[in-house]
Design a protein around this ligand. Structure first.
Ligand code: SAH
Length: 373
């Protein structure tokens, strides 16, 4: 609920547990209050909650149980996904024996809550280390004192993890909890890597490759793989990951827009292209510009595909809805004068649960297309 929807919240301490009533006095449920965010209250229960730390422990256990049922063939997955696990403001990722957590709200930052988070994770998952990744901008918005990313508990902040272990021996990645983007890897794409690998063939171009997620899944089943990213540290890690998997791939540091323009002009052709750009629309205001960006990328990639080629095209902008994304990709196909079949229409992996009544929990789109002429 936004601050503008609140009739009254005088004297409510930052991060406290509040009972929410409507103007007629009807009880709506229990929420976490933020004194500074535009999202003033985040509902956590339809009923009353007496003990927040106890509820947090119970929900962490439930989140872990849900993954035990639904996640397999990986030792890296999201253990807790904020609203998706009814714990707004808490993200926990597991990378083999290292856990990485992010705390994004006043309520989750309170000392007794932090304590129970660590204790429950240690008991349930027995990690060798727990790191906290701090988003400095969010702490500032939540008016929380600045903190550094650091090892919170245990000895280990780096490790090796493996995913999609049904594919040969799986794909292995290095993890350093104190480096890189997001919490270290883009775990939401895990199932999409395996899905796309089924169709990938020939010469591959993985655009916005980061540390090689798609590229490494395709190596060995295609004739060549080239990854493109603007971040040198990401590509250095990608190269180390390639070595770890005994693969040889080509990595190019550059701006994807410029590179695609150049390659298209030079009549380069590929059999498989992946487009996995960063979120172009961080706010609703950016939507038009973002759609223009997606259109340009998709159009250029489509022109470069050989007949029978595969395009894996993604968007992680929440503000670009599924329908918007379909429309912009379809528009690009029309301009490219090519017809595509939608082989798969996918979203984030199951360890990133989407709530039926919270559309904001759904953000990732991943279309796997094949060009028929
Ligand atoms: N496909 C990756 C995730 C990509 S995240 C995976 O599965 O792991 C988006 C990536 O785009 C980041 O690595 C970022 O460094 C890169 N990036 C952002 N802007 C870019 C640009 N203009 N050109 C090339 N890469 C860019």
């Amino acid at each position: 609920m936004y601050r503008s929807d609140l009739a009254e919240a005088t004297g409510v301490p930052p991060g406290s547990l509040v009972r929410v009533i409507d103007q007629s006095g009807k009880f709506l449920g229990t929420a976490l209050y933020s004194s500074s965010s535009q999202i003033a209250i985040r509902m956590i229960s339809h009923g009353s909650v007496a003990d927040l730390p106890a509820l947090v422990a119970e929900r962490i256990r439930a989140g872990i149980g849900y993954r035990k049922e639904l996640v397999s063939n990986t030792d890296a997955y999201r253990v807790i996904f904020s609203e998706g696990d009814f714990l707004p403001g808490l993200i926990v990722d597991r990378y083999n024996d290292v856990l990485c957590l992010q705390i994004l709200t006043q309520a989750m930052d309170a000392a007794p809550v932090r304590e129970v988070i660590l204790q429950t994770l240690r008991e349930e998952l027995q990690p060798a280390g727990i790191v906290e990744r701090v988003d400095a901008r969010i702490r500032e918005l939540e008016q929380l004192p600045p903190l550094a990313s650091r090892l919170l508990w245990g000895e280990k902040s780096s490790t090796v993890f493996a995913m999609n272990s049904t594919m040969n021996s799986g794909v292995r990645f290095l993890y350093d909890g104190l480096e890189g983007q997001k919490t270290g890897a883009f775990l939401d794409q895990r199932e999409n890597y395996a899905a796309a690998a089924q169709y990938a063939h020939g010469e591959v171009l993985d655009v916005f490759c980061y540390q090689g997620g798609f590229a490494l899944h395709f190596a060995g089943r295609t004739s060549s793989v080239t990854g493109v990213d603007s971040s040198r540290p990401a590509l250095e890690m990608a190269e180390k990951n390639a070595t770890l998997n005994g693969r040889e791939l080509e990595w190019i540091e550059g701006n994807a827009f410029d590179l695609l323009r150049e390659y298209a002009a030079a009549n380069r052709r590929y059999d498989t292209i992946v487009l996995d750009p960063p979120a172009f629309a961080k706010t609703k205001r950016d939507l038009e510009k973002a759609l223009g960006g997606y259109k340009e990328l998709n159009l250029r990639a489509m022109k470069m595909l050989r007949p029978g080629g595969i395009l894996v095209t993604c968007s992680c902008s929440y503000h670009v809805g599924v329908a918007d994304f379909f429309e912009v990709v379809a528009d690009a196909a029309r301009d490219a004068h090519k017809s595509f079949r939608v082989i798969e229409n996918r979203g984030a992996a199951k360890d990133h649960p989407m709530l039926l009544n919270v559309p904001e929990t759904s953000y990732l789109k991943c279309l796997i297309l094949s060009v028929s002429n």
